[in-house]
Ligand binder design. Structure first.
Ligand code: GAL
Length: 465
């Protein structure tokens, strides 16, 4: 049978997870902000399931990676945990067991025919650095991150060709400093803006280090993974359009522009300056951001953002917030994923592809996460115990169709990674919603391929569907 949708040669058919969401905390020399949060407030996590064991990847990576090969994946992203690799957080000196573990994971990934993509920060700041320095509020922490990155590059860049500095840095800003969904649940617009700047700086400085170490001589490339939530206006009125432009600027372009173009969006700087909350920066730092752009981009796409011009008066009591400039628009009849409470809108895949083509130099990019979280999947098990997740296959195919259209029209997309290969732990949602091609039984740690796992094997084999 020939494909209806064929993807470019060498296309990545992969899947992504992260260290804190699959490894478990076994043998880590430090605690992350999530490890600590769970200790002090276990009830904040769904069913009080914490990061201690998760999917046991620390112990079962060999079997797990063999299963990824079995479902046909040709590439795999995970992250190197700062709290596992680094023994001395000030100097960046590595921990022996951390080195052994990540060496094994990388070798085993390659042995199973998959390209390893290694990310350095997936929300998992060492909590000591928050307590001592205020975490990402501090430029000293930026330097410590660069030390960690340097250690990782030196140890692994002989085999790892694709690196990313941060995963969804905007979620750190939103969750930790604006909307209180991640520890330390601060609400402080000014700090949020400084954190946004400092993480952009940290990414650029890590890229600078990567190039000083000449990792590109080994064929190495470095990028960043951003969650793009395209803003759509309620109507085409000038006011709604402006509201959506501002939402895009604050949540998407505030990382995308510095990463790809080396500069913050003018509109962002203008609004933050007018409101008296602009970050502290120096000429030298801005030069580093300008000079150290990414080689490639990873895009996590889950949901769009619907907005309209402000109709409700801005609540000043919490200080500066992005919502000063727009209201959320509850669009009637939107398609929803009821489990996750997120709108389903596959058309965005095309819009993102075209935006990158036209406004971001058509930089090489890939979908680094996309997927559907579903609660209570056991009820879809067939007689042999395998989950029949047709809804997931449908979701992924629809998204891939729109991506394919963008590629046909010239967008430079080289791959598609779903979230996630094996059901893994999701922050405060823990194991509520499952996303994997492979189901995890939390009680027994038994892992079973779902129908979607068989589907992706075919898609990968045929380079399309
Ligand atoms: C993303 C995040 C992942 C995963 C996913 C599904 O925003 O990068 O870590 O949790 O959501 O919830």
């Amino acid at each position: 049978m020939s494909n209806k949708y064929t993807f470019p040669e060498g296309f990545w058919w992969g899947s992504a997870t992260s260290g804190p969401q699959c490894e478990g905390t076994f043998n880590k020399p430090h605690k992350s902000v999530f490890d600590y949060w769970y200790e002090v407030e276990p009830e904040a996590f769904f069913d009080k399931v914490g990061p201690g064991v998760t999917s046991n990847f620390y112990n079962s990576y060999k079997e797990d990676l063999a299963m990824l090969k079995e479902i046909g994946l040709n590439s795999f992203r995970t992250s190197i945990q700062w709290t596992r690799l680094i023994k001395d957080l000030e100097t960046g000196e590595p921990d022996e067991d951390g080195v052994r573990f990540y060496n094994d994971v990388i070798d085993e990934t390659i042995k199973n025919g998959m390209i390893p993509v290694m990310n350095l920060h997936h929300f998992d700041l060492p909590v000591e650095l928050y307590n001592k320095y205020g975490g990402w509020e501090s430029k000293h922490v930026v330097e410590l991150f660069v030390n960690f990155a340097e250690t990782a590059f030196k140890l692994f860049s002989d085999r790892v060709k694709y690196w990313t500095t941060f995963n969804e840095p905007m979620v750190v800003v939103e969750g930790q400093y604006l909307y209180q969904f991640h520890y330390p649940k601060v609400v402080d617009g000014r700090k949020a803006v400084q954190v946004l700047y400092n993480i952009n700086l940290a990414s650029a400085k890590a890229i600078k280090k990567f190039r000083e170490l000449k990792c590109e001589n080994n064929g190495g490339k470095i990028g960043i993974v951003l969650n793009l939530t395209p803003a759509y206006p309620r109507s085409n009125s000038e006011e709604d359009l402006r509201a959506s432009k501002i939402a895009d600027t604050m949540f998407n372009y505030s990382f995308l522009d510095p990463a790809v173009k080396g500069e913050f969006p003018e509109l962002l700087v203008e609004l933050l300056s007018k409101d008296g909350v602009l970050w502290e920066s120096s000429e030298e730092e801005l030069e580093i951001i300008k000079e150290n752009k990414i080689d490639f981009l990873g895009v996590n796409y889950y949901q769009p953002r619907r907005v309209k011009v402000k109709e409700y008066e801005f609540d000043e009591s919490k200080g500066w917030m992005p919502e000063k400039y727009f209201d959320y628009y509850d669009m009637p009849n939107k398609r929803m994923n009821p489990y996750r409470g997120w709108e389903i809108y596959p058309e965005s895949m095309y819009d993102i592809a075209i935006n990158i083509r036209d406004n971001y130099n058509n930089i090489p990019w890939y979908i680094s996460e996309n997927g559907m979280g579903v609660e209570g999947e056991e009820k879809y098990k067939n007689e042999d115990g395998s989950i029949q997740d047709d809804y997931r296959i449908e979701f992924l195919e629809e998204h891939l169709q729109y991506l394919h259209k963008g590629i046909e029209e010239g967008s430079n997309c080289f791959g598609y990674h779903s979230w996630t290969p094996i059901d893994c732990w999701s922050w405060s949602n823990a194991y509520k919603n499952r996303y994997g091609y492979i189901a995890l039984d939390l009680d027994t740690q038994k892992k079973t391929i779902k129908k979607s796992g068989k589907w992706i094997r075919e898609v990968s084999k045929n380079n399309g569907f």
